[in-house]
Write a protein that binds this ligand. Sequence first.
Ligand SMILES: NC(=O)c1ccc[n+]([C@@H]2O[C@H](COP(=O)([O-])OP(=O)(O)OC[C@H]3O[C@@H](n4cnc5c(N)ncnc54)[C@H](OP(=O)(O)O)[C@@H]3O)[C@@H](O)[C@H]2O)c1
Length: 339
Amino acid sequence: MTRPINHAWQLAQRPTKNIDRDTFALVEESVPELADGEYLVRNVFLSVDPTQRTWIREEPSYLPPVGIGEVMRAGAIGEVVESRHLEFPVGSFVTGLLGWQEYSLLREAVNIVPPGIPLRPMMGVFGATGITAYFGMLEVGEPKAGETVLVSGAAGATGSVAAQVAQIQGARAIGIAGSAEKCEWLVKTAGLAAAINYRTEDVEQRIGELCPEGIDVFFDNVGGATLDAGLKHLAIGARVVLCGAISTYNELDAPTPIHWYLNLVVKRARMQGFLVLDYLDRFPDAVMQLVVWDMEGKLKWRDHVLDGIERAPEALGMLFSGDNTGKLLVQVAPDPTAP
Ligand SMILES: NC(=O)c1ccc[n+]([C@@H]2O[C@H](COP(=O)([O-])OP(=O)(O)OC[C@H]3O[C@@H](n4cnc5c(N)ncnc54)[C@H](OP(=O)(O)O)[C@@H]3O)[C@@H](O)[C@H]2O)c1
């Protein structure tokens, strides 16, 4: 029987700074026949995430480094198209670390997508980035009604949901983002109190103007100078949520110094990192709440889809230039759940 042809991106070499055309290699191979206990997923959407830059470093992070010649690790969502595994019948939709490839031949269990939810939001607002925003903001940030919440990377997949989760708690959210269009979307569509364009405005000065009583919760996705600017304006008892530090992922050898660290002492503030994986057993609770808020019209979100497996490395670069508007995905097959 003719077997499907799989195209996959493998890690070819570790970049020292930005990824480039030599970082990954696109390979083609036919999918082998399935053995007992195996199933084959035809991927529909591949996820593109800043953390992938940390996975291709030599040094271990919270997951081991992707090896040279291995398929690039990535979240993905797709449909089971062949199966010799009882729990994953043909026609079911699954999501997990399926890799940057068109077909994933699996033996281990991954997550089954609840019926009735389209695949696209399952990769964003109801997926890892939405869940990160939910737990990071509610469990680490703990915003209260009337408090001031600052979110960096606010127009992105995680930041946009985090800021709105804070507003749903009655807090006043201010976002930092990298274009006039993103700032306008944050205020006019997502309903934030204000937005700071870090490319055209003095971030530290604007934070001071917009948060005269200080920041109660700072949900930071950016790190470096942005983190420092926020630390300067903490309120007493502030919570600084370290979600990520995208401004440093290409520059680990030359990190930006943090000057306002001592403000954590002066303001009796807490700074805490977290990983969404810490909340794995509670993912269904988060998804259920996010779906309800979405149905109630309380969450605005957007995704950004590029077509074709060949665009995955280019997509990863877009996260660092800010060219993505919302959750960045690469579509590699027709979406059977599209309206
Ligand atoms: N802790 C966890 O478990 C966890 C889980 C998921 C994600 N994260 C973190 O959450 C953050 C956002 O990830 P995401 O997947 O939602 O991506 P995203 O925000 O949708 O996309 C990344 C955005 O980062 C901004 N950016 C890039 N370089 C920047 C720089 N030098 N300075 C300021 N902003 C910069 C760009 O927006 P602008 O146009 O505004 O510059 C870009 O659109 C990342 O730090 C990621 O590592 C953490």
